[in-house]
Design a protein around this ligand. Structure first.
Ligand code: BG6
Ligand code: MG
Length: 213
């Protein structure tokens, strides 16, 4: 049994399936610009900021350059498309097992927090009815460096007043797993990231987390 005082959850792809909405919004833009974009490229976007995601997508547009102004416009367009889909979100979009896991952690007296690169995190948490559930929420509006930089998790630990060694991160992105490890935290991987050997724990479902706390 480990001595965790807090669990810090990533949002997109861990608490709610908005990772798929990110993909669909970027896909529309990449297709219009005739830039190759598939699930393999999409995996590299998980956990990284909007502008960094755009940078990765445009790096596949061989021989073409894009001005800073165009990049800003494309990022804004993506966010508009993404926000349209977010409007339909409701508590039914919370991923399976999440509520049971949050309940189980609270029953054990473990603090729960969100550590997300997304600037839309407050809006999403509101739509799915989880805004009030977390002791601390750190998102893309609070940080200057996105995952794999550990800033988001370090800031969450500071706000939680929890030593990093007593924080457990839950992530679906390799960039997020790396960020958690760099923050000197243990990391439980779900979804995509659970295929990687990097994570401390590799979960088949989010409820398995309760076995390690
Ligand atoms: C992360 C997603 O949670 O947020 C990334 O995994 C996304 O794919 C990033 O790029 C930034 O999101 P937003 O909502 O600020 O554009
Ligand atoms: Mg994620």
């Amino acid at each position: 049994m480990n001595n965790f005082n807090a669990v810090i959850f990533d949002l997109d792809g861990v608490l709610v399936s908005t990772d798929d909405y990110h993909y669909k919004a970027w896909k529309q833009i990449a297709d219009r610009l005739e830039i190759p974009f598939d699930e393999t490229v999409n995996h590299q976007l998980r956990g990284v900021s909007r502008m960094e995601s755009l940078h990765i997508i445009l790096s596949h547009a061989e021989g073409r350059t894009f001005s800073e102004e165009t990049r800003v416009e494309l990022a804004e367009e993506k966010n508009r498309l993404y926000r349209q889909t977010l409007n339909q979100l409701s508590p039914t979009d919370i991923l399976p097992g999440v509520i049971e896991t949050l309940d189980g952690l609270e029953a054990r007296g473990i603090a729960i927090a969100v550590g997300s690169s997304s600037k839309n995190a407050p809006f999403i948490l509101d739509k799915i009815g989880l805004s009030e559930r977390f002791a601390v929420i750190v998102d893309g509006n609070h940080i200057t460096k996105s995952k794999p930089d550990p800033e988001v998790f370090l800031l969450a630990a500071t706000k939680l007043e929890c030593a990093t060694a007593n924080c457990l991160v839950v992530e679906d992105a390799i960039a997020g797993v790396v960020a958690g490890l760099r923050a000197d935290m243990q990391v439980a991987a779900v979804g995509d990231a659970s295929k990687s050997a990097l994570a401390t724990y590799r979960l088949g479902s989010i409820e398995e987390l309760l076995k390690f706390v």
